[in-house]
Design a protein around this ligand. Structure first.
Ligand code: SF4
Length: 340
């Protein structure tokens, strides 16, 4: 698994911050005035991090100004794994609720804060532990060897009901590495179908999907490809099958970052949540990133002001039942073992 990106640079002046963020071409969000405000929040957050011995972990889909206070930027599991090796007392997770839970599952001794508790995930909400336990029991009557593979986009309770977790980067690898022939894949039906196409196992899908990826249509990809036939199309496997069929490469967000950096191609169409195109635009200015993306309203709930308040007031702590945490940790640890 790729290491999350370490963010080392010092704070930017309001003017430099404006120059930096203006490259995203969003004049309503990034004005000299808004960047002046952001620069003040960034200074305050950096001071609080040092006072609290805290780190900020930011998911790839976060607002670009959040990257300015992040110690690491990456996908959820990269960040959780990185957090295990961090010598800090407090983790502020700039992402959504299940990601902060994963950080807590793997770091029970650390205080994990989520700046806005409303930052949930419709995909994670589509599976509950009670429904999963019922479905698992019913399917095991038919397939006694059934294994439950849960995408990391699930609650801690659902992870605790699972045999192993997976990410979009290692889902196929995990399915192939399991000795079981029958797999119940929870909760993303699109990722389940992608896994089914890439393994000879019987993969039974849950009926959930990510509303952000599921609403991207082939017409949006074809409209860009018509004007730019040479553009490399990078698609996240949470997208629909007819969108995946138009991809040059199907990969996780971390895979896209690596692919764009290493590819000799100069122009890419990034088909996932829009935050990743923003990150790539800022990090690889010599390359061009077109968007066929949607915004995740949950990811965009996290702001610099709430991040500062979380650190200042030590608020919105993630607390888990210890038995649930221990069983969820077992599913995550098995994933690490099977995907080494
Ligand atoms: S992009 Fe989709 S899967 Fe990710 S947090 Fe948003 S709703 Fe959930």
């Amino acid at each position: 698994m790729m290491e999350p990106e370490a963010v080392a640079a010092g704070p930017k002046s309001p003017r430099d911050l404006y120059r930096h963020l203006a490259r995203l071409g969003d004049p309503r969000a990034y004005t000299p005035e808004s960047c002046e405000r952001f620069a003040g929040e960034i200074r305050a957050i950096r001071r609080l991090k040092s006072e609290r011995n805290a780190v900020v972990l930011a998911h790839n889909y976060q607002r670009p100004e959040i990257f300015e206070v992040a110690d690491f930027v990456g996908d959820s599991l990269e960040l959780a794994r990185r957090a295990v090796r961090i010598d800090a007392d407090v983790i502020v997770f700039c992402g959504v609720h299940f990601m902060a839970e994963s950080a807590k599952i793997l770091n029970p001794e650390k205080t994990v804060l989520l700046p806005d508790l409303r930052a949930g995930c419709s995909l994670a909400d589509s599976a509950t532990a009670e429904r999963l336990a019922e479905r698992k029991a019913a399917l095991r009557e038919i397939y006694p060897d059934l294994a439950v593979v849960s995408y990391v986009n699930t609650t801690a309770e659902v992870k605790a009901e699972s045999d192993v977790c997976c990410t979009s980067a290692n889902a196929v690898q995990i399915a192939n590495a399991l000795p079981n022939r029958h797999i119940l894949f929870v909760p993303d039906e699109n990722l389940a179908r992608y896994v089914r196409q890439n393994t000879d196992k019987t993969v039974i899908a849950w009926d959930g999907n990510c509303y952000v990826h599921h609403q991207i249509t082939p017409a949006e990809i074809l409209a860009v490809k018509e004007k730019l036939p040479h553009v490399k199309v990078l698609v996240h496997p949470e997208c629909r099958a007819d969108v995946l069929a138009l991809a040059d490469a199907v990969m996780s967000t971390s895979g896209m970052v690596r692919y764009a950096a290493e590819s000799p191609a100069a122009e890419f169409l990034v088909v996932t949540e829009c935050g990743l195109s923003d990150r790539l635009t800022l990090e690889l200015p010599e390359k061009r990133f077109y968007k066929a993306c949607k915004l995740c309203r949950y990811m965009k709930m996290i702001t610099l002001a709430d991040t500062r308040a979380a650190l200042d007031l030590m608020r919105h702590e993630i607390v888990l039942d210890e038995e649930v945490r221990r069983r969820a940790a077992r599913a995550l640890t098995r994933m690490f073992e099977l995907s080494q």
